[in-house]
Unconditional design. Structure first.
Length: 176
């Protein structure tokens, strides 16, 4: 896993994009969405889309409840933000997500022209920002969102995931 954040220039004015001093507040909102996802049996990943210091959309995973393999928190939040803003280009928005986006979600951030992606914990198995793939830094992409890791809540994010999977294993009936 590489430690270098993307340093390319975003499409939006840097003053309009969420600053590192905003990360704790917005990451906690994403974490709350992750907790709500766990309440209905989904993997506890949450996301929030931020524009000009305000949350315009938020979501938690809904794959189980919607029976939809694409119902990741990031995808739902991007769709809601586009609806709320009346446009598909989210070039003045930041995506906060508790866990490093997978390839599908990183690709959606690129296609939506998200200016910044902030995540709380890496995903060593499927992370497509810096762990397994580096889609946001790929020079062949038509847009390269900035990104940064917000490690201050990493332990809390990983504990939420770990507790969720422990409960999932306990609730499965034993094989005969």
């Amino acid at each position: 896993m590489k430690d270098r954040p993307h340093s390319g220039a975003p499409f939006a004015d840097p003053a309009s994009i969420a600053r590192p001093s905003d990360d704790d507040r917005f990451m906690r909102e994403a974490l709350a969405e992750g907790r709500r996802a766990a309440d209905h049996g989904d993997v506890p990943i949450g996301a929030a889309i931020v524009r000009d210091g305000s949350i315009v959309a938020r979501a938690g995973n809904r794959r189980e409840v919607d029976a939809d393999p694409t119902a990741h928190a990031e995808i739902i939040a991007i769709r809601e933000a586009a609806r709320a803003l009346g446009r598909w280009r989210l070039s003045d928005c930041a995506l906060y997500v508790t866990v490093e986006p997978c390839a599908m979600c990183a690709g959606a951030a690129v296609l939506a022209r998200i200016a910044l992606v902030v995540f709380g914990a890496p995903d060593e198995k499927a992370g497509a920002v810096r762990s397994v793939a580096e889609l946001l830094d790929a020079t062949w992409m038509n847009h390269r969102p900035r990104w940064r890791l917000y490690p201050e809540l990493r332990d809390e994010v990983e504990r939420l995931l770990s507790d969720f999977f422990v409960m999932q294993r306990k609730s499965r009936p034993e094989a005969d």
